[in-house]
Design a protein around this ligand. Structure first.
Ligand code: SF4
Length: 373
């Protein structure tokens, strides 16, 4: 069983907080589609023993390619490997989701849209430098539902330097009232290379106090629970049947192949990744030599143990000590820091698995560090 991730490195405009790999120069889209197909055709023969179950187009903004280009890439994937497709997700921005486009996306087989809404507040969208309006976001979601998308996820952000807790409360009210079965809600972090990061460094913006962010997190947990969402991962909430299969498989250590600039792959204890440069990627694609721009690393037992903790302790199921021991040869039960973490309530045992309680998830990275090998 495996997953396939396709990275589409284009966005119509750079958001003020975003550090992902993308370019706003859309003129290379056709060349990039050809390159992605070429990389797929070169990579898939080595995966002939695997059955792919999930296909995920991420970015960037994959929806800027349009449904026909998405279909060309997907067809190359379907033709080059064994599939028992359970989920096909496309990340999309509201401005690309008109009635005709969502209808066509559903028709070609996309069955889950992850929509970059971020906020339902017009002033916040302006601060974020998003292109879409609040009305456009809501109409895109309703169009997608009307086109037959049963699996719709919204991306939302909190912990912003603008708007405050009232704004976040209103966002939650609007999101929970929509026909969606998944929410991904992220605390804004200030990355140094972004506009927001530079504004903070120059004293032109002020990050919200920690207690405001905690208040927003508490509101997120209680409001989503009241609207029928289960909090299954630090940032992710799903109604019945709405969990992301692709990401859940990734968190479970399932092998995945990543295609596109900056994309990572993982299989047989080895991770490899493409250069985070469209120019380098396109150059190699056109010379037929993707290997020259790739880097890789072999994970040691300690690396695998640490990775299993990082992904496992972000989930409501936590980690199984028996599985950790079997997969990495390293036991967690005898870790010197564990008794104190249990005593202080930072970790808990539930049905033989170790997890971080939901209340402590915002501090989860620091707690996980305490248990690393
Ligand atoms: S947040 Fe999304 S749309 Fe905005 S720049 Fe980043 S990848 Fe592009």
């Amino acid at each position: 069983m495996a997953g396939l991730y396709v990275h589409v490195p284009f966005c119509a405009q750079a958001c003020s907080y975003c550090d992902f790999h993308f370019t706003t120069k859309l003129g290379d889209r056709e060349r990039m589609v050809d390159a992605l197909i070429a990389e797929l055709k070169g990579a898939l023969p080595a995966w002939r023993d695997e059955t792919f179950k999930t296909l995920y187009f991420g970015g960037g903004t994959p929806s800027v390619l349009g449904a026909e280009a998405i279909l060309r890439i997907a067809n190359a994937a379907f033709e080059g490997a064994q599939w028992a497709l359970e989920e096909w997700t496309l990340e999309a921005n509201p401005e690309d989701l008109g009635d005709a486009e969502v209808g066509r996306l559903r028709e070609i087989g996309v069955d889950r849209l992850s929509i970059g809404v971020q906020s339902f507040d017009a002033d916040v969208l302006t601060w974020m430098r998003r292109i879409h309006s609040v009305d456009r976001a809501e109409s895109a979601i309703l169009s997608a539902a009307a086109a037959g998308f049963e699996h719709l996820s919204l991306d939302l952000m909190y912990g912003l330097p603008t708007g405050g807790a009232d704004r976040w409360s209103q966002d939650l009210t609007r999101a929970c009232a929509l026909p969606v079965d998944h929410l991904s809600c992220y605390i804004l972090t200030a990355e140094p290379r972004t506009l927001y990061g530079r504004q903070l460094a120059a004293g032109q913006a002020v990050a919200p106090p920690d207690d405001t962010v905690v208040q927003e997190y508490d509101a997120l947990c209680s409001r989503t629970a009241g609207a029928g969402f289960a909090h299954y991962e630090v940032s992710n909430f799903a109604r019945a049947g709405g969990r992301s299969r692709h990401n859940s498989a990734y968190w479970n250590g399932t092998p995945y192949l990543g295609i596109g600039p900056g994309a990572h792959s993982f299989r047989n204890d080895t991770r490899w990744w493409n250069a985070r440069s469209n120019a380098a990627y396109l150059k190699r694609a056109e010379s037929g030599d993707f290997e020259a721009q790739r880097q890789s690393e072999k994970l040691s037992a300690v690396d695998r143990y640490n990775e299993a903790l990082i992904t496992g302790l972000r989930r409501i199921e936590g980690v199984s000590p028996a599985d950790l021991l079997q997969q990495t040869g390293i036991g967690i039960e005898s870790h010197a820091n564990l008794p104190n973490l249990i005593k202080t309530g930072a970790c808990e045992w539930v049905e033989g698995r170790l997890r971080i309680p939901e209340k402590r998830w915002p501090m989860g990275d620091a707690i996980t560090m305490e248990l690393m090998g």
